[in-house]
Design a binder for this molecule. Structure first.
Ligand SMILES: Nc1nc2c(ncn2[C@@H]2O[C@H](COP(=O)(O)OP(=O)(O)OP(=O)(O)O)[C@@H](O)[C@H]2O)c(=O)[nH]1
Ligand SMILES: [Zn+2]
Length: 418
């Protein structure tokens, strides 16, 4: 816990865990919490402050990294404790929380975030993932130089006592709807959720680095938990990208089935258009498909859900950067590179991946279809060591590599030992 005194002489505190600088392992989770003696201290359910504080602490503890910036002087949305009690009296007589503030001659929200921004900057946390349901808080921090890469509403219990207060915040103060996100999932995916362009890759492989045995059989290698994780990733992106080899070997549907969510557009990288028209991505209209083929490839007639897109074929097939750009032209800016080993490895070697989720099954295959492979370096000090976090998926372990440049040189440069 660190203490701060701002220019007005008000004392604030920060309770933090782990390194908050964003180049260590992506943006930390930060709760910028407004003091509320009645809710935080006495456990009042007239507001949701106490529940929010508990949820923030639990979420940050589950992730193991983040901070609660506890802002004093914010009591009653900046009008002070005694005035808040007066406002409560007016609310007991029927007014809502906004009108009560206005009736007392105050603004509906008199808070400023200069102290919060200065405190975060002093801790190196200038790029954060914000735990809040209040868009105005995000805008205020951004205006003060804090980059908010994601904002997540905490899950708090529904209470009859604060139903009206929360409804007023949503109706009159532009607050987000109630969240239903599991804190563990929030911790796992907050970096990649949202609407910002992102290229995610995933790969499930044996502990010794194979995605399938020699026969090509790899369907049951990783756990059902890993399959659920894969479907969550699909639900978070605009498009899921696979190589023609994976379509030939596994005939995947590429839809979201294990979890609720929207199916992404399916993209098949297929320079020679060798994919069979009977493959599910081409024959089953469950989701739109983009068939990415070479400029001169001969393509048969396709059903209406399939869009044939042509790209020049280079010495090493279709270039990852060209694929990303062409899909972006179609509004598909959030991509999941799902497989197989060669496709993911080519995107990795090209420096085209922001996040890699590599799931390792506790299985030794000995020989078979290789997983992630790239040219590599001669010496270990040339190995790729991006920031990473690991989490269990049933019996498997998933390693999340953050490959974004973050001032450390583009991932491609690091990979090629440049
Ligand atoms: N004036 C007034 N202030 C209140 C009332 N209820 C809670 N507060 C104060 O509101 C502040 C919290 O603001 P909220 O609008 O509830 O939430 P927020 O911080 O903007 O948004 P979140 O980050 O999602 O929690 C605390 O300082 C509380 O003391 C009320 O009825 N009237
Ligand atoms: Zn409160």
């Amino acid at each position: 816990m660190l203490g701060f005194i701002d220019d007005a002489g008000i004392e604030h505190v920060v309770l933090s865990q782990g390194d908050l600088t964003s180049d260590v392992a992506g943006p930390p989770m930060v709760r910028v919490h407004s003091e509320c003696l009645t809710g935080d201290g006495f456990g009042s359910w007239r507001c949701d402050c106490g529940d929010q504080l508990d949820a923030a602490l639990a979420t940050i503890a589950a992730v193991g990294r983040g901070a609660v910036v506890y802002l004093r002087g914010h009591e009653g949305r900046g009008i002070g404790l005694a005035e808040k009690l007066r406002a409560y009296e007016l609310q007991d007589a029927g007014m809502d929380t906004v009108d009560a503030n206005l009736a007392l001659g105050h603004e509906e929200d008199a808070r400023t975030y200069h102290a919060a921004a200065a405190i975060l900057a002093s801790l190196g946390a200038t790029r954060i993932s914000l735990l809040s349901g209040n868009p105005a808080k995000q805008l205020a921090l951004e205006a003060l130089g804090i980059e908010v890469v994601g904002r997540h509403n905490l899950v708090v219990p529904a209470r009859a006592e604060n139903e009206r207060y929360l409804a007023t915040k949503r109706a009159r103060m532009q607050h987000d709807p109630a969240a239903d996100t599991d804190p563990e999932l929030l911790g796992r995916y907050h970096d990649i959720a949202g609407t910002a362009p992102v290229v995610i890759a995933q790969m499930g492989q044996s502990a010794d680095g194979f995605i399938a045995a020699r026969s090509g059989d790899g369907a049951e290698l990783t756990s059902v938990e890993d399959r659920e994780h894969l479907h969550r990733l699909r639900a978070l992106v605009d498009a899921v990208v696979v190589g023609a080899g994976t379509v030939a070997a596994d005939d995947p549907q590429l839809t979201v089935r294990s979890v609720p969510g929207t199916d992404p557009v399916r993209v098949v990288i297929d320079p020679t258009a060798r994919t069979s028209p009977a493959a599910r991505v081409l024959s089953d209209p469950a989701a739109p498909t983009i068939w990415l083929v070479g400029t001169d490839a001969a393509v048969p007639a396709v059903p209406p859900h399939v869009d044939v897109v042509r790209l020049p074929v280079g010495p090493d097939g279709l270039a990852p950067a060209a694929i990303v750009n062409r899909l972006a032209e179609r509004g598909l800016t959030r991509l999941l590179i799902e497989g197989g080993g060669r496709t993911v490895s080519r995107f990795l070697a090209a420096g085209a991946i922001d996040h890699l989720f590599l799931t390792l099954a506790p299985v030794l295959i000995g020989d078979g279809v290789p997983g992630v492979r790239f040219p590599g370096a001669d010496r270990l000090d040339g190995a790729l060591r991006p920031p990473s976090v690991s989490f269990p998926l049933g019996p498997d372990t998933c390693v999340h590599f953050d490959l974004r440049p973050d001032g450390r040189g583009a991932p491609g440069e690091r990979l090629l030992g440049g």
